[in-house]
Every structure is written in C-alpha cells, then in structure tokens.
Design a protein around this ligand. Structure first.
Ligand code: ATP
Ligand code: MG
Length: 377
C-alpha cells in the first residue's frame, strides 16, 4: 500500500493524475489486505517509465507497466477502455482515454470500479460503496451490453459472489441468464482460470449455485458436473480439489473435464486423489504411496477424518531412497542382472518395511531377500 501510494505521489508530482483502482480499493474498504495493487494514470506508458528507475513492460501493448520500487511491483495502467471483445468483431486493441471516470466505466462491477486518490479519498461514480455495504455484485452500466462486450464477466460475477460471499444483483443475474450462451465464445483457458478461483475460495457452494441458477452450466464444458451438491466441499487451496470433487460425485473420470487443458501435474493430482478416495480402508501403504496433497483432497471427497501428516510421519520410511539397501545390493545377492524382476522386488521390500514386517537395516533385508528369493526361484 505504501509503495503504491509512493507511485501515485511520484506521478502526481510529475504533473499527472494517478489513483489506486479496482480490486485493491474494494479489498481495502472490506478491511482485507489486497494481494496486488493497481494504479491508473493519465500518463502514457513511456511517460510512466521515465519516472522510475526500474520498470518491466509486462503489458505495455495494453498500457500496463510494472513499476519496481522497494522490492515490490505495482502495475501502472494508462486510463483506457477494455481492449478485448468476445464478439471478435472489434480488434483486440486498446483505446486510451482522458479521464479516470471513463476508465472506471469500462470496469465490470460497481465494487471493482472505485478509485482512491493520494489523500485516500474515494472516487465512486457508480455506487460501489453502497453495493459493498449491501454485499451486492452489480454490473457497471447496462448489464446485458456489458456481458455482450465480454462474456467472461458473467463468470467473474459468479466467481466474486463466492470470493466475497456476496449476492448477485437481481437485474445483473437476469442478464446473465439471458446472455449465458455467450460464454461459449470464451477461450477455455480463461474459463478455467475463473473456475479454478471458484474452487479455492471459502464459499465455493455459493458460486456453484449461481453457476447453475444463471444457466451458465448449460454452456460450459462438463457443465452438468458443476451442478452437484457442493455443501460437503472444503477448499484446500488447490483447485484440483474442486475438479476432483465434481468428478467423484458425478462418478466420472478425468476425461469428462479434459477440455479444460490441465497441466500433467494437475491431472495427476486429480486422478490420484480419485483413486485414493475410491479405496475403502486406508492403511500404512496408502499413506506411503499417495502424497499428502493427494490424500488431503481424497479425504474431502470420501469424507474421511484422518491425520495425514501424523500417519505419514509414523511410517518407517517415506520414500524408496530411505531404504537401507539399493538395486545394486539385490543384484549382488541374487547374482542376477538388472531387469523387470528388480522393480518387483523393491516394491515387495518397501511393502514389508512399510507394514512393519521387516526392519529397515541391511542385514535383516539381506536375510529376508536371500530367503524369499531362494524360495521364489
Ligand atoms: P482479485 O482479488 O481476484 O485480483 P480483482 O478485482 O483485482 O480481483 P482482476 O481480475 O485482478 O480482479 O482485475 C482487476 C480489475 O480490472 C478489476 O477489479 C476490474 O476493475 C477490472 N477488470 C478485470 N477484468 C475485467 C473484465 N473482464 N471486464 C471489465 N473489467 C475488468
Ligand atoms: Mg487483481
């Protein structure tokens, strides 16, 4: 906050207007710490750059310069109107504008369309403060037109409802119902980004009930899966938890949601959590082979009350590398060369140790191996 105010002051001293805008103003008024602070100014990007020794051209084509000051980054954006339109008729270019008010007008919701000046006075042309008090998400201007311009805003309304635990204003909600089909024009990456945010917040169930009520689920990939009962869901900070939850409840596999282009890492987390959730009883081997992250999600899906960290810590080994022997030892003791047999024996060894049937020391393992291997051969 201090740094952003310094940026504002510097631009003001240089003869320009500058304000803190958007989500940061909303969060400050709600008594929350904003996670990033945006500044809007009438200075052009090149002018902004001339005032600061360290800047990064993060989004210069859209009028945004990242100013590095006191080890913090503040995004400074020249007053502009929205650059992207989902109807694809208009070019993906930015139009710079002269006044703060024009800049605020292009923003999605009244609570996101306020500004703070250097004296910390609030500029609020659309009644954002009153809506914050009423805990309402309301579109700036004519909601239908705003959703026609950019259909993603409909999903953002749903996302903010859960993020803030707010209601969506009646007229705004009616307009989403009318325009819901427009969500089909939005790139899947942008959809996933908003849906991920819905799944990591505290009030996922509220967002999900709006997602259904608004009709958006009728036009989203895997739409019906979102319509499950979310009241048992607990956000873990991992969006994968939400995706796994809806698959588990809908009795569907990963394929059902693959249109959202998950990373391999996220896909694995979801799939492993589903497997773990499907296991009846969890024993030491379960705690050994699944990661804490996978089990944390699985426990929510299967509604298990378990002490994952405690059970994991109590295991005699955490990974293969904790074994007192290695593949070379087994090859030496058996006189055999490397091959698929080795993997099988290492796993058997891990299992015996994890289940407490065998001590993790070289001598005990050697005795066990020679004995078992001999009777196996
Ligand atoms: P968060 O706490 O999730 O970061 P935010 O309000 O900062 O919330 P951002 O997505 O970071 O949300 O966007 C910053 C600001 O830019 C918003 O507060 C809003 O004023 C404006 N904005 C972002 N996306 C849109 C959009 N699609 N249409 C109109 N205005 C938008
Ligand atoms: Mg933000």
């Amino acid at each position: 906050m201090k740094t952003a105010l310094k940026v504002v002051e510097t631009l003001e001293k240089g003869g320009f207007e500058a304000y803190i805008v958007g989500g940061a103003v909303r969060d400050l008024l709600l008594g929350k710490t904003p996670h990033d602070i945006d500044v809007a100014t009438n200075a052009a990007p090149q002018q902004v750059k001339s005032f600061f020794s360290r800047t990064i051209d993060t989004g210069i084509a859209h009028g945004t310069v990242l100013v590095m000051l006191d080890g913090e980054g503040t995004e400074v954006t020249t007053f502009r109107t929205e650059g992207t339109y989902s109807d694809k008729r208009r070019p993906d270019t930015v139009k710079f504008v002269q006044s703060l008010e024009e800049d605020l007008k292009r923003r999605d919701f009244t609570i996101n369309a306020m500004a703070l000046d250097k004296t910390q006075a609030i500029i609020d042309p659309f009644g954002g403060r009153a809506d914050l008090e009423k805990r309402l998400i309301r579109a700036v201007g004519n909601p239908e037109e705003r959703f026609q311009e950019d259909a993603l805003r409909m999903l953002r309304a749903v996302r903010f409802s859960g993020q803030l635990d707010f209601q969506i204003d009646r007229e705004t909600l009616l307009s989403i119902q009318k325009e819901s089909e427009g969500i089909r024009s939005i790139a899947v990456e942008r959809l996933k980004n908003e849906l991920d945010k819905i799944m990591v917040q505290g009030h996922t169930a509220r967002s999900m009930s709006y997602l259904k009520e608004s009709g958006l689920t009728g036009h989203l990939p895997a739409g019906p899966l979102f319509e499950t009962d979310w009241s048992f869901y607990e956000a873990t900070g991992q969006p994968a938890g939400g995706w796994a939850y809806m698959l588990y409840r809908g009795n569907a596999g990963f394929k059902a949601i693959q249109a959202y282009k998950f990373s391999n890492e996220e896909r694995k987390l979801i799939e492993q959590a589903l497997i773990a959730a499907g296991l009846g009883q969890w024993d030491d081997w379960t705690y050994y082979i699944f990661s804490a992250e996978q089990l944390e999600i699985a426990a929510i899906l299967a509604r298990k009350k378990v002490d994952i960290a405690g059970r994991k810590a109590a295991l005699p080994i955490q990974t293969k590398s904790d074994l007192a022997v290695n593949g070379a030892n087994l090859m030496e003791w058996s006189g055999k060369k490397q091959g698929p047999w080795l993997k099988k024996w290492i796993e058997a060894l891990e299992q015996n140790i994890v289940y407490g049937k065998l001590e993790n020391d070289k001598e005990s393992i050697k005795d066990w191996f020679i004995n078992e291997h001999h009777s196996d051969a």
